[in-house]
Design a protein around this ligand. Structure first.
Ligand SMILES: CNc1nc2c(CC[C@H]3O[C@H](OC)[C@H](OC)[C@@H](OC)[C@@H]3OC)c3nc(N)[nH]c(=O)c3cc2[nH]1
Length: 374
C-alpha cells in the first residue's frame, strides 16, 4: 500500500494542464496546488487556524533546518511534526540537499554524502541519503523528498552529468533506507540543468524506481525564464502521467500559471511570505508596495477584488503604518493576504482547467496583472 496516490481527473483541452487529486495519510488536495512554505515548522507569522481559514491544504517544512533546530529527535519524541506544530493536514519536507548547497559555503560532496558546516554554529556535519531519510522518517511528513544535489546555474555538461548520475544512485539509496512506505511517500527529484539528454536520463533513472511522485529540481536557481520554460516543456512529458509532478521553488503568479499549463501539479515558493515581510503585496492588478508614502491616507483595501479577511477589515493606510513601525501584526496581515491571493489563484486555475479555458484565463490574468505577454 503506498501512502501517496494521484487521481487524474481531466486534462484541459485548451492547454497541457491537468486537474487532479493527491491523496495522503493526512488528507487529500486538488491540483494544481500552491504549498505555503513553513521552513522551521511554522508558515512565518501564520497560525494553523489562519492557514485553514485561507484553505491551505498542504504545507512544507525543512529537513535541514529542523535537523539543526530543534533536532529531529525532539520532534520525533513529540509524536512527529504534525503533532509538534498542531497541523493535521499534509506536510511535505525537502531532503536538505538544496539547503546544504545554498546555505553552507564550505562543503565537500562525496559519493557517501555531503560534508559541510552548520551555517549557524560552524560545527562539522554530514548529510547522506540514509541520514536524510532517517530525519524525514522522524518528522513523519506525508511526502519526503529524495536527497539530491541541486547544482548551481550555470554548470558544465560534465559536472551536470556526474551530478545527475550520483543523484540517481542517491535516490536508490533513499528508497532502500525508507522505513515507512506505508505512511510516507518518497518523491524523486529530476535534475539535469539545461541539458535535455541529462534531464531524460534523470527522469528515466528515477521512473525505474516506481516512486509515488516526482519533482523537477534544479530550476528557479537563477536561470533565465526561457530556459526554465524550455526545460519544463521537455521534462514534464517524460514524467509518469499517473503520478504527481512537483516543480520545486516556483513561484510567482505568472510562473504558477505557466507551470500549470505545462502539466505541473504542485508548487512551492517563499515569494508570497518573503515579500509580505517587506511590505509588498500581490494584487489582481500587480504588485503593491504598501509601505510607499502614497498610501499614507489610502483607506481602501489592499485589493478591491479580493475577498480575504484582511481586505474586508483593514486599509492600506493602516497596514502601511504597521509595516513602517515594524509591527508584527502588519506582517501578519500582508502574509495572510498574499497566501490567500496565491491559493485563490490556483483555485481559479483549477476552475479554468475544468472548463477548458486556462489559455484564456492566462491572457486575461496577465493583461490585468501587467505581465508582458511572452
Ligand atoms: C527557490 N528555487 C528553488 N528551490 C529549490 C529547492 C528547495 C525547495 C525548498 O526551498 C526553500 O528552502 C531553500 C524552502 O524553505 C525556505 C523549502 O520549504 C520548506 C523548500 O522545500 C521544498 C530544491 N530542493 C531540492 N531538494 N532540489 C532541488 O533541485 C531544488 C530546486 C529549487 N529551486
Amino acid at each position: 500500500m503506498t501512502a501517496i496516490t494521484y487521481e487524474l481527473i481531466k486534462t484541459c483541452k485548451q492547454t497541457g494542464a491537468r486537474l487532479g487529486k493527491v491523496h495522503t495519510p493526512h488528507g487529500s488536495f486538488d491540483t494544481p496546488m500552491f504549498m505555503p512554505v513553513g521552513t522551521l515548522a511554522t508558515v512565518k507569522t501564520m497560525s494553523p487556524e489562519e492557514l485553514k481559514e485561507i484553505d491551505a491544504k498542504i504545507i512544507l517544512s525543512n529537513t535541514y533546518h529542523l535537523w539543526l533546530r530543534p533536532g529531529s529527535d525532539i520532534i520525533k519524541d513529540a509524536g512527529g511534526l504534525h503533532k509538534f506544530m498542531n497541523w493535521d493536514r499534509p506536510i511535505l519536507t525537502d531532503s536538505g540537499g538544496f539547503q546544504v548547497f545554498s546555505l553552507s559555503k564550505i562543503r565537500d560532496i562525496k559519493e557517501e554524502g555531503v560534508h559541510f558546516r552548520n551555517h549557524i554554529s560552524g560545527e562539522k556535519l554530514f548529510l547522506s541519503p540514509e541520514k536524510a531519510m532517517q530525519i524525514q522518517n522522524d518528522l513523519g511528513s506525508d511526502i519526503m523528498m529524495a536527497f539530491d544535489e541541486c547544482p548551481p546555474y550555470p554548470a558544465s555538461y560534465d559536472y551536470m552529468k556526474a551530478s545527475v548520475e550520483r543523484t540517481s544512485r542517491w535516490a536508490e539509496r533513499c528508497l532502500s533506507a525508507h522505513q515507512s512506505p506505508g505512511n510516507q511517500g518518497l518523491f524523486g527529484i529530476i535534475q539535469g540543468g539545461e541539458y535535455e539528454d541529462l534531464r531524460k536520463q534523470s527522469a528515466q533513472d528515477l521512473a525505474s524506481l516506481d516512486l509515488p511522485g516526482y519533482a523537477i529540481g534544479g530550476l528557479s536557481v537563477g536561470e533565465p525564464k526561457n530556459i526554465m520554460n524550455r526545460m519544463l516543456e521537455y521534462t514534464t512529458p517524460l514524467m509518469p502521467a499517473n503520478k504527481p509532478r512537483y516543480l520545486m521553488g516556483v513561484g510567482s503568479p505568472d510562473s504558477l500559471i505557466d507551470g500549470s499549463i505545462r502539466g505541473i501539479d504542485m508548487f512551492d515558493c517563499v515569494l508570497p511570505t518573503r515579500i509580505a515581510r517587506n511590505g509588498t503585496c500581490m494584487t489582481s492588478t500587480g504588485r503593491l508596495v504598501v509601505r510607499n508614502a502614497k498610501y499614507a491616507r489610502d483607506f481602501s483595501p489592499i485589493d478591491e477584488n479580493c475577498g480575504c479577511h484582511v481586505c474586508k477589515n483593514y486599509t492600506r493606510a493602516y497596514i502601511r503604518h504597521l509595516i513602517k513601525c515594524n509591527e508584527t501584526f502588519g506582517f501578519r496581515l500582508t502574509t495572510y493576504h498574499n497566501l490567500h491571493f496565491l491559493l485563490k489563484l490556483m483555485e481559479q486555475v483549477r476552475e479554468a482547467i475544468s472548463e477548458d479555458r486556462l489559455g484564456d484565463f492566462k491572457e486575461a490574468f496577465f493583461e490585468k496583472y501587467g505581465f508582458n505577454q511572452p
